[in-house]
Design a binder for this molecule. Sequence first.
Ligand code: HEM
Length: 412
Amino acid sequence: MSSDPAAVAETTRVQQAVIESVAPQFRHNPYDSYEILRTAGPFVPGPHDTHLVTRHTEAQAILIDPRWSHAEEPDLLHGDSDVELPGSFLWMEPPDHTRLRGLVGKAFTARTVTALRARAEQLVEELLTAMLTAGEVDLLEALAYPVPLTLICEMLGVPTEAHAQVRSMSAGIARGLDPDVLLGPEELAARTAAVHEFTAFFGDLVEQRRKNPQPDVITALVQAEEAGVRLTHTELIGTLLILVVAGHETSVNLIANGVLALIREPGEFRRLRADPDLAGPAVDEVLRYDAPVHLTTRTARAELTIGGRTFAPGDAVIVLLGSANRDPAAFPAADRFDLGRYLPGRRAERHLSFGLGLHYCLGAPLARLEMRTVLRALGVRVTGLSLLAEPPYRPNVVVRGMSELHVRVEGR
Ligand code: HEM
């Protein structure tokens, strides 16, 4: 190690940034530490012999290359604990990944999502009317949670009276997606309880649908299971788990992050009000600017050289999606929230918030529909939006977001 004081200070600064980039107490702003890490290099040594992937070029190249596997993530992040998260195709590789994703894809088509448009609009209109009547609300409770939770539960076929239970189970599981080393005993116990409750709850619902089929995704998956021995019961529960947890914990944060960005950048909110059609490209800018999912992992299956560095088989990396999205080499004025960045003529670089390659987010069309509907309704109906308090953040590192967002809202 160098004895040059400047070099030592720089090493300490980078080490501190590594800690802050994944530490629960720095959730309100991981972006300053990301900047230090990107400047330090494309790969920075991270916890447990991993490397943090800090820049857009390398992050994109790794995600798109199937020689980097996602199957080891449960061992990498959750190897220390007794309870297993039910296996889902998020953590599988072909051929199992192809088989299961194909089955879900059939039950979860773009057409199914398009058919939800009118329902999404109606729901957002109702919630916004209630918000405008109240004047001051916690936006997470008033809008960000109910929109995605209601839509995913209705798609799956979860009865309305059980939506709140699904929300609480899913929150326990989402927190448990963080590396086990970052979780305390109570959080690990809460995850265990949530996984057991989830398995029992959805096990019952599966049985009900087996006896009494309905026009919903659970029935479609049950029938896929029965039509051939292609989906085991465990796979079915694992698939439902990923649909429920990924299907709303992420979108909640997208909605809340978007509203916060509009409050902090009133000029961009005025732009949206002047042209609510900006809602479409604005969805991608919110995804880029303040990603709901901040990291994923990959493990090399072979000797792989990337960005001038060679990884041995079994070497693991943590891809910092939230950092790649703010890389100034990929995005001019990367720290600026610019609602028009993704207007068709501007050819902006793609963000990595939905991942890329084999595991590219299956729910991206649904998440986009939800966010576009919310942004358009805000642009059309809301004339004033302001913060009542600085929002606190949940400790979650992987699925990052606020725990409360108290706002004053005015409009028609
Ligand atoms: C803003 C909202 C969302 C964000 C930011 C998001 C983000 C992501 C990311 C980053 C991945 C890839 C993970 C990786 O490669 O390691 C992913 C995968 C996935 N997402 Fe989403 N997601 C969102 C909404 C949804 C919704 C609404 C659903 C379902 C209803 C969903 C279902 C899935 C599934 C099933 C996968 C696994 C795909 C596979 O392994 O083939 N997501 N998502």
